[in-house]
Design a protein around this ligand. Structure first.
Ligand SMILES: [Zn+2]
Length: 277
């Protein structure tokens, strides 16, 4: 696929219903639902940054897979769960209950129509746990369908070679990685500012977590951007460029192409044990 060319063949929502009917009845029919958020991403990135990333990376991955494989995308869920960005204009959030109900409601209808696997392809770090909880509830409700909640930046090899260690650990939002990736994918949406803000790793700052704790990671806490950052950036976007963005894009596509290939070659999910139905 040429860069910039929109991949529509594998979008379920671009099909007429007779084609969708055939797709959903394919053995191992797999749908991938991109998730983002409508939240501030600093003064340089659009509110819907995460949804754009999820959709573009997914389109590219589906474009690289064999077109015969039974995998299609759903329309992106652009409004997510973003209470940590409250106070920054333009940010809107669903409640946790509403997002869980949405996933269970839509997912249940897809399972009834024959879908065997539903991947929640999420690019917003603030809703990883919530989507995992929703996936567990949906899988309990619809035992014939596997539900796989994933975060597009998790498990991607090579990120530590591309991003400085400090930014990998402390660049949580709209920093080097996200700004560079947007410069690669949609440069006209990137403003000229390049903040370095939200430093929560300097000794003596009220926003520095106690020793052994961190904002995210092994011992996380529920943090709010407004407590840390004036600009909305939590990280350092100063060195962002499209070359780095293209490298990140390549790693993301390679990673998810490998995982989807493995999923589609498998017979997952296992047969549901009667004890849990
Ligand atoms: Zn983001």
């Amino acid at each position: 696929m040429q860069s910039g060319e929109v991949q529509t063949v594998k979008r379920l929502h671009c099909m007429p219903w007779p084609d969708a009917a055939k797709a959903l009845q394919c053995p191992g029919a797999t749908l991938v639902w991109p998730f983002g958020a409508m939240e501030q991403h600093g003064p340089q990135l659009p509110l819907a940054t995460d949804a754009l990333f999820a959709e573009r990376i997914l389109d590219a991955v589906l474009g690289e897979l064999s077109q015969d494989l039974p995998i299609w995308s759903l329309p992106p869920q652009t409004i997510g769960f973003s209470p940590e960005h409250r106070g920054f204009p333009g940010t809107v959030s669903l409640s946790a209950d509403l997002l869980i109900d949405l996933i269970k409601d839509v997912g249940g209808q897809l399972a009834e129509q024959g879908v065997k696997r539903l991947v929640l392809f999420n690019a917003h770090g603030g809703q990883i746990g919530l989507l995992q909880a929703a996936a567990r509830e949906l899988a309990a409700q619809s035992p014939s369908m596997a539900v796989l909640p994933c975060f597009i930046w998790s498990g991607v090899s090579g990120l530590s070679d591309l991003l400085p260690d400090h930014e990998l650990r402390h660049g949580l939002h709209a920093g080097l990685a996200e700004t560079s990736l947007m410069l690669a994918l949609e440069p006209t949406l990137v403003g000229s500012e390049r903040p370095a803000d939200g430093d929560h790793s300097s000794a003596g700052s009220s926003s520095t977590p106690p020793e052994g704790w961190s904002l995210e990671g092994d011992s996380p806490m529920a943090w709010f951007t407004a407590d840390l950052s004036e600009s909305g950036v939590v990280g350092d976007s100063r060195g962002a460029d499209s070359a780095l963005g293209h490298q990140l894009q390549t790693q993301l596509i390679r990673h998810w192409k490998t995982l989807f290939t493995s999923l589609l070659a498998s017979s997952w999910p296992p047969r549901a044990d009667p004890r849990r139905i």
